[in-house]
Design a protein around this ligand. Structure first.
Ligand SMILES: *Cc1c(COP(=O)(O)O)cnc(C)c1O
Length: 350
């Protein structure tokens, strides 16, 4: 199912751990090719990659948990948050080209400036989730791919939230038709039923690692007790079969493809009534992701209470009320969710 030549798979017990493993592998790979001075990562502002120490260090430096654990974190290098993009009903990405050009020149400048100390780039493709449900143009990914190749860095795509169809592509990197060197998956790998994650990488990375015997271990230095847990793997296999529905997962007829397209259409309809409300800044729908962004901070307890009264439990944060519903949701389920969100925003932020 994975894009490009990501044929090597390392199972891990949670998303954060798979990112930890991706970071370790990148450092070991650089060491093996005599680039051990490359000890830092290039990350995007607004990003989220997990709750463990190394992953916290590549999360957004202000919104993340950096402040609380500052002495523990290694300083990383950050690119500005990519400019916003909206995926239109007509099926194209709408964004400010001037803003993107400015972002691109900053990205090129910062990468060149730090190239000698950077081991890899890490990003959440297309959708920055826990950092603010922020969607950005596919072109950003193509720029990151170019920068990684140009400066000898590995590109890590954290697809833990976006993987397995959530954004309308099987993997979000496919919006830009790029292949990362390393990819992390989790969450939907088991349909959300049990914890399992994986790090995938290309043969190039594996060969690079294995060639490093004189500089250190030629094997990946990670081996959690419960990696490849049989129960979790059985759930993952069952869930992946449901996703493809007996078809090629890349086929238009694949189950996820049909269901996510319907979900996108229904979410647009269900959330549309909020668009005219003065307190609503923007509505964003992409694949199975629906977001209402307010002008002000959400009153979480109040909004949650009204949503529950309307039959839906949601978990707003910052100025965002959002849903990422299961693909199995019916038209009626999405209508219920839409009403709950719209009513909660109308009653509490009206
Ligand atoms: C949820 C998430 C993680 C962390 O996964 P856990 O299984 O909670 O450790 C990392 N990256 C992204 C993009 C996520 O959405």
């Amino acid at each position: 199912m994975a894009p490009g030549d990501l044929s090597h798979v390392f199972l891990a017990d949670s998303g954060s751990i798979s990112v930890e493993v991706a970071l370790k592998l990148t450092l070991q790979y650089q060491g093996a090719r005599g680039q051990g001075q490359r000890q830092k990562f290039l990350a995007l502002r607004g990003g989220y990659h997990g709750d463990t120490f190394a992953t916290m260090a590549v999360c957004d430096p202000e919104d993340g948990m950096h402040a609380t654990f500052k002495p523990w974190g290694t300083e990383q290098v950050f690119l500005p948050k990519p400019p916003p993009a909206r995926y239109t009903e007509a099926g194209f990405w709408d964004y400010d080209h001037e803003q993107l050009a400015q972002w691109e020149s900053a990205a090129r400048r910062i990468s060149a400036q730090h190239a000698q100390e950077l081991a890899g780039i890490i990003c959440e493709p297309i959708l920055q989730g826990a950092g603010g449900m922020h969607m950005y143009p596919p072109r950003v990914l193509r720029i990151l791919r170019e920068l990684a190749t140009e400066h000898g860095m590995l590109l890590i795509a954290d697809e833990i939230a976006t993987g397995f169809g959530r954004t309308g592509k099987l993997f979000a990197v496919e919006w830009a038709q790029i292949t990362p060197d390393i990819m992390c998956v989790g969450k939907a790998l088991t349909g959300g039923y049990i914890s399992l994650a994986a790090m995938l990488c290309s043969p190039l990375v594996v060969r690079g690692l294995s060639s490093g015997s004189e500089t250190g271990a030629a094997v990946l230095l990670h081996g959690p007790t419960f990696m490849g847990n049989p129960l979790a793997c059985a759930v993952a296999i069952a869930s992946l079969e449901l996703l493809s529905g007996g078809n090629d997962p890349r086929d238009d007829a694949a189950s996820w493809n049909i269901k996510v397209a319907a979900l996108q259409r229904r979410l647009r309809t269900a959330l549309a009534p909020a668009a005219a409300m003065p307190q609503v800044r923007e509505i964003r729908v992409l694949g199975g992701v629906g977001v209402i962004q307010l002008h002000e901070k959400v009153l979480v307890d109040e909004v949650t209470r009204v949503a529950v009264q309307h039959g839906a439990w949601v978990r707003p944060f910052r100025n965002l009320v959002y849903v990422m519903p299961p693909y199995e949701c019916t038209e009626a389920d999405i209508a219920t969710l839409g009403t709950a969100l719209v009513e909660a925003v109308r009653q509490i932020h009206g």
